[in-house]
Design a protein around this ligand. Structure first.
Ligand code: SME
Length: 162
């Protein structure tokens, strides 16, 4: 496909529905995990202009920062710590409408007000998380949960440690 992303300006659902086929085309035939994570992060940033969007990958007993778009971020997060480490420990998507109300939230950026974290699950194991942060409260809802879970399922992980 051409490298220019088609940006939709309609409802959030329409934006995801325009983006997902473009992501499928970008990922098709490319097996390199870092390249694919980088393009997914870039496409989501371009479409939604969130403060921060990116991946952390499980390495041993920590999440380690992977491809992302946005301000510099914390590099390592322990299992059960912050929103990302809790999503890993509980193997489920976490919607955080107000980060100040999430006990243990890790503030990589003081500008972050709300957040969603989606675990990447392969063969029953969490292998990483997708994290999105917004400068506004209440940015993420069930529509984001639904489509971001669909997007992370487009990613192919090599066997073994990603
Ligand atoms: N806020 C996250 C840390 C990652 S940054 O937001 C990029 C957390 O509490 O796990």
């Amino acid at each position: 496909m051409a490298e220019d992303l088609i940006i939709h300006t309609g409802t959030k659902e329409e934006q995801y529905r325009t983006l997902i086929p473009q992501l499928q085309a970008l990922l098709e035939g490319e097996t390199d995990l870092v390249a694919n994570l980088a393009n997914v992060a870039a496409a989501l940033k371009e479409q939604f202009e969130w403060l921060w969007i990116g991946f952390y990958l499980v390495k041993g007993d920590e999440l380690v920062l992977g491809p992302f778009q946005g301000p510099v971020a914390c590099t390592r997060i322990r299992k059960g710590r912050g929103v990302c480490g809790t999503s890993w420990a509980e193997a489920r998507t976490l919607l955080v409408p107000d980060v100040e109300k999430f006990p243990g939230h890790i503030a990589c950026s003081s500008l972050s007000r709300s957040e969603i974290v989606v675990p990447l699950i392969r063969k029953g194991q969490v292998v990483g998380v997708l994290d999105a942060d917004s400068t506004e409260l209440n940015t993420y809802d069930d529509t984001d949960r639904h489509f971001l879970e669909e997007i992370v399922n487009l990613l192919n992980f090599p066997d073994g440690n990603p």
